[in-house]
Design a protein around this ligand. Sequence first.
Ligand SMILES: O=C(O)[C@H](O)[C@@H](O)[C@H](O)[C@H](O)COP(=O)(O)O
Length: 247
Amino acid sequence: MTAEPQVLVHADKQALADAAAARLVAALQEAQSRSPEAQVALTGGSMGSAIIASVVRLPERTAVDWQRVRVWWGDERYLPAGDPDRNDTQNDEAGLLELGLDPAKVHRVAGPDTSGSAEESAEAYARSIREHGQGGWDVVLFGVGPDGHVASLFPHHPAQRVTDAIAVAVHDSPKPPPDRVSLTFECFERSRQVWFLVSGADKAEAVAAAQAPGADRWEVPAAGPRGSEATLWLLDEPAASGLGDER
Ligand SMILES: O=C(O)[C@H](O)[C@@H](O)[C@H](O)[C@H](O)COP(=O)(O)O
């Protein structure tokens, strides 16, 4: 069973980031009350970093035992460690490492400096998830591209259709850089909570398309992932502007 999407609209990007940060802290606390470690998959893009910057500023963050949080990424650009275009570098710059995480529990996707190919990196990432992932995500964060992509699963791209794999190498990405590693739809199916964080009028069309009845993830990948407990669209007003009055 998966949860039907729910929409929550905030006034602007900052209000959205702050509300999502408070929600994340609460969800991680709740996950830690249930199991020894909370498992979260982070995202790149401006919203992926905005939520981290907001968590760092949030006084309630101290209620989470950050040493018992395992951090992963839903996708990564296949670039060397520390490259400014990597999702993890951008999240680090937003203050991720100030939270007091155990570095051994921050699982970064290997780049070309430490792996022979994106395929090899995807396989190694899948092995880590099998070893430490506890069989699923407590919270998965997604940004959404104007084309409706999530993680590195793009419209009409064959990597979307890979099954029997946790992670996949993505080549010829329509958005640079061309080489990436992404978790698969199959892997994202093991999520309690899936949150889409979307800001800006340029995303309104993709947001509406993903939530249209019968939306097809091949056309609009953001229509695909759902959580078993919650599927939340956390939007600002401009991103919600295509949804009509029924929201
Ligand atoms: O890998 C990438 O090319 C980006 O990280 C991308 O997937 C991003 O997450 C979305 O485009 C949403 O970006 P914003 O949060 O900036 O809207």
